[in-house]
Design a protein around this ligand. Structure first.
Ligand SMILES: Nc1ncnc2c1ncn2[C@@H]1O[C@H](COP(=O)(O)OP(=O)(O)O)[C@@H](O)[C@H]1O
Ligand SMILES: [Mg+2]
Length: 500
């Protein structure tokens, strides 16, 4: 035998329950309706003579009151005071058949919260008397969702208007959206653009066609695309734009809905070009100044060497003659001549040193390694710091201007060692590795700091970097405290542009 299901307690109006135990007889039709009403996801109630006669579970949820409490209440007392009059009127109209659509009002819950309710009412007969059957749902969440959706839309619109780039939405190449920045970028009012072909932004039909096919074909297989194109403003002025486009949706649909942003980069591009130009000019000027300086030094060195050298040699010869023809026994004259001879000898040395420093004739006559070797000896002699130099490179592969550059760099590094390092030993290596010329100079002094090496006011070092840059090379300067400083210069041996 099949067991009977235990009965559900059927709540009745006015708080009485019909059955307390399991069903043994089939429920009446009225009880069935009540069961039905209590299982609905909408609020259902019956009002008669301004009193609830029935309230289902759902409406108790909405209001927060129990059935007992509600059955004692005046139904309109539940409605928010602001909405009460209208709600009652709407209900009356609906009962009279003057209104067909549901109406909304705010309900005050037992806990004092406000809930939005959407409701319909129908006149019925209940226990042989006229009554109202009410049907309502809580639409608070929907309302809030709608509100936040509206806020979201407003936010999106203000974001779009805050963007300095022009943003347009396209559908089959027609503009269906434009932000306010289109006015700034293109000189068009956003409203005037709606419905127009995006061609209005371009210089002519052909270019518009080309840009369009470029974008659409790329957006077939990727979501976004960035490119630069020439565009035209409403006033006819041409501008260069960086354009970013992205398709709307997972793939490009038949309507080809895309969004494009246009950023006017005309001025930016011009500034970049100007910067590049002035860099190039500076570089050329620097090359020019250095070559002028070297030429000038060479000329002065020659003149000092030749003119002064010749005169001094003549004086030396005259002094020798004078010495030989002095009347014998005149000690004071002889001493004077000896002193003059000594003076002229040191002057010859000075002239030689000055002219060599201005422009080592060795560099022109015998080449880089010979000039460096001479510089090493001169350095050791002058400073007392030992200098070990290993110089192997093919003279033929180092052209004259590069030899000058390397020699000047070498001079500056040695001067720095003498002035700043406090070293006792310097090691110099000049090597050629493939197509690269390498000059390494390291000392065992106190070590340069990174700040000193990177200081833009360290003009000696800046000068080294400048010279190396002109040849497309690189410099690294490293110091270890109390261990020393190493400077490495690398120069590619391919002919650099402009450095001739
Ligand atoms: N070999 C070195 N050892 C230690 N310090 C050095 C060395 N070379 C350069 N420096 C430091 O780096 C600074 C910058 O050098 P540099 O640009 O040639 O300028 P300057 O020689 O005119 O002072 C120097 O003032 C010095 O403090
Ligand atoms: Mg220096």
């Amino acid at each position: 035998m099949q067991k009977k299901e235990p009965a559900k307690t059927i709540l009745t109006s006015r708080g009485k329950s019909t059955h307390e135990g399991p069903y043994t007889v089939e429920p009446s039709e009225g009880e069935l309706y009540k069961t039905l009403a209590n299982n609905l996801q909408v609020g259902v109630y019956i009002v008669q003579n301004r009193k609830f006669q029935f309230v289902n579970h759902q409406i108790q949820e909405y209001t927060g009151y129990t059935e007992e409490e509600m059955l004692e209440m005046n139904p309109s007392a539940l409605i928010h005071s602001v909405d009460r009059k209208t709600a009652v009127k709407n209900a009356a109209n609906m009962l009279k058949g003057l209104r067909a659509t549901p109406y909304r009002y705010r309900l005050m819950t037992k806990q004092g919260q406000t809930r939005w309710i959407m409701e319909t009412v129908t006149p019925i007969t209940f226990r042989a008397e006229r009554a109202i059957l009410g049907n309502c749902i809580d639409i608070t969440e929907q309302k809030e969702a709608k509100k936040s959706l509206r806020e979201m839309d407003a936010l999106k619109a203000s974001i779009l208007d805050a963007i300095p780039q022009a943003v347009v939405g396209l559908q089959n190449r027609r503009i269906n959206f434009a932000n306010t920045a289109v006015e700034e970028v293109f000189g068009w009012h956003p409203e005037d653009l709606i419905g127009k072909s995006v061609t209005v932004f371009y210089r002519n039909e052909e270019e518009a066609e080309e840009i369009g096919s470029h974008f659409y074909s790329t957006l077939e297989h990727q979501r976004t695309f960035v490119s630069e194109f020439n565009c035209r403003r409403k006033d006819g002025r041409d501008i260069l734009c960086r354009m970013r486009s992205s398709r709307i949706g997972q793939k490009l649909t038949k309507e080809r809905r895309i969004v494009i942003t246009y950023e006017d980069i005309t001025e930016q591009r011009m500034a970049e070009e100007e910067l590049a130009n002035s860099r190039e000019q500076l570089r050329n000027l620097s090359i020019y100044l250095q070559s002028v300086r070297e030429k000038e030094s060479t000329r002065i060195a020659r003149e000092i060497h030749d003119e002064l050298g010749q005169s001094l040699t003549a004086i030396q010869m005259d002094l020798a003659w004078l010495d030989a023809h002095l009347p014998p026994g005149d000690l004071s004259l002889s001493t004077k001549v000896q002193r003059m001879k000594g003076l002229v000898d040191t002057t010859v040395d000075s002239v030689h040193r000055i002219s060599t420093e201005l422009r080592p004739i060795l560099l022109d006559d015998l080449g880089l390694t010979a000039a460096m070797e001479w510089q090493v000896q001169e350095f050791e002699g002058r400073t007392g710091v030992r200098c070990e130099a290993r110089l192997d490179c093919k003279e033929s592969s180092v052209e004259k201007d590069l030899a000058t550059t390397l020699f000047r760099i070498f001079q500056e590094t040695l001067t720095n060692v003498a002035r700043h390092a406090g070293a006792t030993l310097v090691k110099v290596r000049l090597t050629q590795k493939g197509n690269e010329l390498r000059l390494d100079v390291s000392d065992n002094g106190k070590g340069i700091t990174p700040e000193q090496a990177g200081d833009p006011k360290s003009f000696g070092i800046v000068g080294i970097r400048e010279r190396v840059n002109l040849w497309g090379g690189s410099v690294s300067i490293n110091g270890k405290p109390q261990k020393g400083t190493t400077i490495r210069v690398r120069i590619p041996l391919a002919l650099p542009v402009g450095a001739t």
